[in-house]
Design a protein around this ligand. Structure first.
Ligand code: ADP
Length: 232
């Protein structure tokens, strides 16, 4: 039996807005596995980002249990969650959040600084990561000299810098044209198949789910579909 890497057990997230309550996630239970590429889809406001934030330790559930790699992160305090994010999770967002004054290489390297990786090792690993995302020859370019797709590749290399157990991507192709979006999906697929990376991606673009192993559909904070993607 494969052990799930992520377990969600009756997870709820309720936001209070003045006197009203927004039920963003309502009793979600799921098990996600290592080296799989999972898409979370659903209409806007269905709770996709909230769910991803809960798995990534950016937010805490109102109720329920979240276990990642055997650790019950739903019981973590803020300090433990910060440590969890740093050691276990890589994030990729719709905006690339690169530092404009730094080169692609430096943008990847700084992710390793907080962990005290020596400079020569940082450089070596950052170059290897840029090569892995197909950007070795752009290592010394600044973000402004790169296309959107290239910038997102740098952001992906940065997210992988500390060897995360989970790569969480929130609408990673939202700012990219269709051809570039497909090339990012091919990169994700390759990272899963060749490097054993585990990816959970939120998207409303159903065209992209063919690259995934599994598609979880949310509606009004509830899982309304959970299917394996057949590979032709
Ligand atoms: P999706 O990613 O599917 O668009 P979200 O997870 O962003 O959905 O949001 C789910 C619901 O929770 C929405 O109704 C949204 O307005 C609400 N919501 C999300 N974040 C907050 C917040 N910080 N405070 C209050 N309501 C929120």
């Amino acid at each position: 039996m494969r052990q799930p890497l992520v377990i969600l057990d009756n997870v709820w997230k309720v936001y209070r807005l003045g006197y009203t309550r927004v039920y963003a996630v309502r009793g979600v239970s799921l098990e996600l596995y290592k080296s799989e590429f999972t898409a979370i889809v659903g209409p806007s406001g269905s709770g996709k980002s909230t769910l991803l934030h809960l798995i990534g330790g950016l937010d805490k559930p109102t109720r329920g249990r979240i276990v990642v790699d055997g650790m019950e992160i739903s019981s973590f305090d803020e300090r433990e969650l910060a440590e969890y994010r740093r050691r276990y999770v890589g994030f990729v967002f719709q905006q690339f959040y690169l530092i404009p004054r730094l080169t692609a290489l430096e943008n990847v390297e700084i992710a390793m600084m907080a962990r005290g990786v020596p400079q020569s090792e940082r450089r070596r690993r950052a170059l290897k990561l840029l090569e892995m995302v197909g950007l070795k020859d752009r290592a010394y370019h600044r973000p402004g000299e790169l296309s959107g797709g290239e910038q997102q590749r740098v952001a992906i290399a940065r997210a992988l810098a500390n060897n995360p157990k989970l790569l969480l991507a929130d609408e990673p192709t939202g700012n990219l044209d269709s051809a570039t979006a497909h090339s990012i999906m091919k990169l994700f697929r390759r990272l899963v198949d060749e490097q054993g990376v585990t990816i959970i991606m939120v998207t409303h673009n159903l065209e992209l789910v063919s690259y995934c192993d599994r598609v979880i559909k949310l509606r009004d904070g509830v899982v309304v579909g959970d299917e394996r993607v057949s590979k032709s």
